[in-house]
Design a protein around this ligand. Structure first.
Ligand code: FAD
Length: 467
């Protein structure tokens, strides 16, 4: 029937934005209903962050089993990979997490509704569970967290062999040859995983370098490692068309002005993501959008309608899970009347490449543009005992401080475990710490964390392990 059900806080989408917002809102005493048309956990848990990291890890294990330990005197007779088992294991990881999230939602008394939400006015959504069934929900406040989907290039329409990241994560075989269109972090991560699993991989990037979101010094390290591992990287390369046969696909591209063709089992198109904001009825209820289809929000994630909030990939800023979750908490707290506000300064950016890349706060150039008299202090992984004993010592940390008082305002890391190491510097920025605070903190020996301490000592002009 279509008698409206009255709810307190309604959340649309259960990705890392929506489910975190739901839990925080429930913790603060709101009665929460969450609507999901697909799978609990959204892109991140089902077809994004988690399965991609699982596949990357499988790639590392296989690659190490084959080559990784020769200089340590460790040889393997013959390493093999059963890809259906890899996929099974990966699905198990995803299931544990999505099941866990569902349990947490229920444990917090969040009402889960399966279906697609559409706004019929500023206090009401219609949720269709199938062609014939719909239910209207009247809400006091709403948080929209509908996420994003891969962009499709008209001349490279998705098929069985022209695939997006979701397809690439769900392949049933390891491609013999894989062409990746787009050298952003998603493309390079998946390229790395499959190269390590044995695919012959070519990356086509339109710009002059891959991983343009990171500093050149950092992306160059990844570029070199990819090439060392047999990956072909073509820059200033624009994919133009594909011709598909039953067993393969031929891609034509313009590479530095010259036409080239590439044959592959699969072409992965990874050229960015588009916000899911078109099919929600938002224009007719008066939610303001940018011309890129993003929803405009204020410091508390509130849209132009004061009872409707938007978070995650559908609003401006980096399309990342932890950003979605952070905005989700702010929105839930704002609904409860708290003074929480978004501050993007210390959002880490991470690429799970080889080596891993991570950046938080300002880069040297950004700091200067923002008017800081900034100083960059560099420390190499080569000079760290732990990195050497891990047999993984390529990379550096760059600490950005304000010259006058040593205030930590940014950091860039390229090297093993950069993804974890960046957390300490995010905290230093949040807490308003100086290089001296970081340098005076005792770090266990031998750990990669000492690199952070020593980069801070470089800032003070007093490093112990480099001259
Ligand atoms: P989503 O996770 O996209 O969830 C939105 C949900 O809303 C979906 O479940 C969808 O079904 C639902 N929905 C949409 N419309 C409706 C509707 N009308 N009614 C009901 N439900 C609806 N980020 C990182 O931080 N780290 C990583 O390592 C990382 N790796 C990634 C790897 C890949 C391959 C991809 C594709 C992405 C990766 N990301 C990563 C990005 C990350 O997945 C997204 O930033 C994140 O999922 C965004 O969260 P969200 O809550 O905004 O939306």
């Amino acid at each position: 029937g279509d008698f409206a059900e009255e709810v307190d806080t309604l959340i649309v989408g259960s990705g890392p934005g929506g489910y975190v917002a739901a839990i925080r809102a429930a913790q603060l005493g709101q009665k929460v209903t969450i609507v999901e048309k697909g799978e609990i956990g959204g892109v991140c848990l089902n077809v994004g962050c988690i399965p991609s990291k699982a596949l990357i890890q499988a790639g590392h294990r296989f690659h190490d089993a084959q080559h990784g330990s020769e200089d340590m005197g460790i040889a393997t007779e013959k390493a093999t990979v059963d890809f259906s088992k890899v996929q099974e294991w990966k699905a198990g990881v995803v299931k544990k997490l999505t099941g866990g999230v569902e349990g947490l939602l229920k444990g917090n008394k969040v009402n889960i509704v399966q279906g697609e939400a559409y706004f019929s006015d500023k206090n009401q959504v219609k949720v269709s569970s199938d062609e014939y069934n719909s239910q209207t929900y009247k809400f006091k406040n709403c948080i929209i967290a509908t996420g994003s989907r891969p962009i499709e290039i008209p001349t490279l329409k998705y098929t069985d062999r022209v695939i997006n990241s979701t397809g690439a994560l769900q392949l049933e075989e390891i491609p013999k040859k894989l062409v990746v269109v787009g050298g952003g972090y998603i493309g390079v991560e998946l390229a790395t995983a499959y190269a390590n699993l044995g695919s012959e991989v070519t990356i086509l990037e339109g710009e002059k370098r891959i991983l343009g979101g990171f500093e050149k010094q950092m992306s160059q390290l990844v570029d070199r490692r990819l090439k060392k591992n047999g990956v072909t990287v073509e820059t200033e390369a624009f994919a133009q068309s594909v011709k598909e046969t039953k067993k393969s696909v031929k891609l034509t591209a313009e590479v530095k002005g010259e036409e080239k063709t590439f044959e592959a089992d699969y072409v992965l198109v990874s050229v960015g993501r588009r916000p899911n904001t078109e099919e929600l009825g938002l224009e007719q209820i008066g939610v303001d959008m940018t011309d890129r289809g993003l929803i405009k929000i204020d410091k508390q994630s509130r849209t132009s309608l004061d009872n409707i909030y938007a978070i995650g990939d559908i609003v401006d800023g980096p399309a990342l899970a932890h950003k979605a979750s952070y905005e989700g908490k702010v929105a839930a707290e704002a609904i409860s009347g708290e003074a929480s506000a978004i501050d993007y300064l210390a959002i880490p950016l991470v690429a799970f490449t080889e080596p891993e890349l991570a950046s938080v706060g300002y880069t040297e150039d950004e700091a200067k543009e923002a008017g800081y008299d900034a100083k960059a202090s560099k420390f190499p992984f080569q000079a760290n005992g732990r990195a050497l004993s891990l047999n993984d010592s390529e990379g550096f940390m760059k600490l950005i401080t304000r010259k006058e008082d040593g205030l930590v305002i940014g950091a860039q890391i390229a090297g093993p475990n950069a993804s974890d190491m960046v957390a300490e510097l995010g905290l230093a920025i949040e807490a308003g710490m100086t290089a001296e605070d970081v340098a005076m903190t005792i770090h266990a020996h031998p750990t990669l964390g000492e690199i952070t301490m020593e980069a801070a000592e470089v800032a003070l002009g007093l490093p112990i392990h480099i001259k």
